[in-house]
Design a protein around this ligand. Structure first.
Ligand code: SF4
Length: 379
């Protein structure tokens, strides 16, 4: 079988056609940037125009070159399975226009207290038995400041889930530096905080916290040595330029996020975005293929909205470069794909579950400590 490297070797011929000429005959930005990524590895100096050109490439070309980069940077059969549990639902003070958990909208979601440890651990064990390797806990809060008791409980949950041999992720709103450090010490693998959309479109979606506050939380997470999980949502009424803007911000962070969730809006009755028309599969493929080329090593997660896509449509997303999904009946408060349907999909498409990874965490902790020491000694 030909490896991706051999595709770029000029002497290999198939049916009298030089494979390299096949590769070079396409001059789309997707082809050019995919080749650069494969040869030079990830980079953080993308211009917005470069990403726009990749995004605007002919769709099948983008899909093909996203697939090439995917095969270069990852085992293309492996798909990470994450389970997301809402451990504290509803009653959120923020005004995110897409969210049924905001207390500002009448969506029928009732505010609940933080789930007990017993309930959370049962869910984590069930998720593990079902093949999930990363367990994510979501709480509908603006931030965790002033929630010391709840925060300490969550630290305890993180430790125990980690002891099950699972990767652990949290999404608890904005984080202070100290809280990020405590989560790291408890064994947190990743912290999710999405940028949602471009900086320009953001004020149309959320007014109660700024884009810069979001970036600050990502900085705290990164500096604590926790993997950053950050992506966005399409279908909010944004222009394609905003999708490019979102990818540009993510791809030019000091290090690319470890995970990039690409969500398709699931419009919920009662929210300001209830009338948005559903995202089409072609829009998802375009986002995923572009994300794969500009952030080759990231886990690109086919996230909310997957429930609306058929197996064949999801197959195209995996081909374009997606390598992570959420499994379990619910995604926070919205429906998700059926467990049996996902099992069947893995079988039919020849996908295999990705094992949990704890490698590199020690290095990150060490780097974070060194940074801390450097800050202390310079102050
Ligand atoms: S997305 Fe998060 S922060 Fe925004 S309203 Fe929903 S729960 Fe609150």
């Amino acid at each position: 079988m030909l490896s991706i490297r051999s595709i770029f070797r000029p002497h290999i011929r198939l049916n009298s056609i030089t494979l390299s000429s096949l590769s070079y005959s396409s001059s789309s930005a997707a082809a050019i940037q995919a080749e650069k990524t494969i040869k030079g590895g990830p980079r953080n100096d993308w211009t917005r125009e470069e990403i726009k050109d990749v995004y605007d490439s002919p769709l099948l070309d983008l899909l093909f070159h996203g697939a090439q980069v995917h095969r270069y940077a990852h085992n293309f059969r492996e798909v990470q399975q994450c389970t997301l549990l809402s451990i504290k639902t509803g009653g959120c003070s923020e005004d995110c226009s897409y969210c049924p958990q905001s207390s500002r909208y009448d969506t029928g979601v009732k505010a609940q207290r933080l789930m007990t440890k017993e309930t959370v651990m049962e869910a984590a064990k069930r998720a593990k038995e079902a093949g999930s390797t990363r367990f994510c806990m979501g709480a509908a809060w603006r931030d965790t400041i002033g929630r010391k008791t709840n925060f300490n409980q969550i630290l305890d949950y993180v430790k125990d889930i980690r002891d099950l041999g699972m990767e652990v992720c949290c999404t608890l709103g904005m984080l202070e530096k100290q809280q990020a450090t405590e989560l790291k010490k408890a064994g947190l693998t990743a912290y999710n905080h999405n940028l949602d959309t471009s900086r320009e479109y953001y004020p149309n979606i959320i007014t109660t916290r700024s884009y810069d506050e979001r970036l600050e939380t990502l900085q705290h997470v990164r500096e604590a040595g926790i993997n950053v999980c950050s992506g966005g949502i399409i279908g909010l009424g944004e222009a394609e330029e905003d999708r490019v803007g979102l990818l540009h911000t993510l791809a030019t962070l000091p290090t690319h996020p470890e995970s990039v969730p690409i969500n398709a809006l699931v419009s919920v009755k009662g929210t300001p975005l209830q009338e948005q028309k559903p995202v089409e599969i072609w829009e998802m493929i375009r986002m995923i293929g572009t994300a794969r080329i500009v952030m080759p090593k990231a886990m690109v997660r086919l996230s909310a909205g997957r429930v609306r896509f058929s197996m064949s449509e999801q197959a195209l997303c995996f081909l374009a470069g997606a390598n992570s999904i959420f499994t379990g009946e619910k995604l926070l408060t919205t429906p998700n794909n059926d467990y049996d349907a996902d099992q069947l999909m893995f079988k039919v498409l020849g996908l295999i579950p990705k094992a949990p990874s704890f490698s590199g965490e020690e290095d990150k902790a060490c780097e974070a400590e060194q940074r801390q020491e450097a800050v202390s000694s310079s102050g």
